[in-house]
Design a protein around this ligand. Structure first.
Ligand code: FMN
Length: 257
């Protein structure tokens, strides 16, 4: 099995790097293949911009999807993007490893999505969701949070992390991935003092043990449910009676709740 970890963290001594190293050890020990795209180490440029496109379908107006599709067809995508796509299509399982920053993913990872999920290459109007290019592959978010478990639950002051992660999970579903339940590690506070260092070390050790178990059990991991093709009407709205898997897509009666 081929596993790709896309890592978005600037500090090699961080929790996120430690989790990535632990995951790599487990994968290597069972003779699976692993690649790590360490976006900061690669100096990955996250801003989608006209300068990345060697050829232009329209030199007078920079329409991102037009230029992505044109350059994909001409095999002239930027080399860093081409490499990331190659990694994605190599992998059976893609793990996005990142800290929650301002209730979302770090900008470098969001920009990785903007640039690497290329229109015409990884999705199109006819190739998305259940007909997506990445059908048959699995993807999962592995996220660390500063807030405590209670504060990021369904009624927590930090907002429900599982809702916060919905857009990223839906983007993966859009490409056709089978999306696994996210791995959420809460209570990884930054700004700790020297006195707190030993307890942080203990927490890191425990978390790494859990993480190794999680990686080892990925084959049995639960998947997220999304609506099926038949659940949509001709205007691409949820049909009455279709199941609701998430508050982001719901029947009107549930809006007032
Ligand atoms: C810019 C920034 C924004 C952050 N925003 C959040 C947040 O919205 N919610 C949260 O729980 N923690 C937040 N944190 C805390 C980080 O998620 C936490 O420090 C990190 O997950 C710890 O892992 P690390 O050691 O790998 O950095 C933020 C930290 C930074 C630096």
């Amino acid at each position: 099995m081929n596993i790709l970890i896309v890592l978005a963290h600037p500090e090699p001594q961080s929790f996120n790097h430690a989790l990535t190293a632990a995951a790599s050890d487990v994968v290597k020990a069972r003779d699976d293949e692993i690649r790590v795209s360490d976006l900061y180490a690669l100096g990955f440029t996250p801003d989608e911009h006209s300068r990345h496109f060697r050829q232009r379908a329209n030199p007078d107006l920079f329409d991102v999807q037009t230029e992505q599709r044109f350059n994909a067809a001409k095999a002239s995508l930027a080399p860093d993007v081409r490499q990331q796509i190659e990694n994605l299509l190599w992998a059976d399982i893609v793990i996005l490893q990142f800290p929650l920053w301002w209730f979302g993913m770090p900008a470098i990872l969001k920009g990785w999505m903007d640039r690497v999920f290329v229109y015409g290459e990884l999705y199109s109007g006819s190739r998305r969701f259940h007909t997506g290019v990445c059908r048959g592959r699995r993807a999962v978010l592995s996220v660390t949070l500063g807030s405590d478990v209670e504060a990021c639950g369904y009624n927590g002051q930090e907002g429900d992390t599982r809702l916060i992660l919905w857009p990223a999970n839906y983007a993966l579903h859009y490409l056709g991935f089978t999306v696994l339940e996210p791995r959420i590690v809460a209570g990884v506070r930054g700004g700790y003092s020297n006195e707190e260092a030993p307890s942080r070390r203990r927490f890191l050790d425990e978390t790494i043990r859990d993480h190794r178990r999680w990686i080892g059990g990925l084959d049995e991991a639960a998947t997220l449910a999304f609506n099926a093709p038949d659940d949509w009407d001709e205007r691409r709205r949820l049909k009455p009676g279709a199941p609701v898997y998430h508050p982001f897509i719901r029947h009107r009666a549930e809006q007032s709740g």
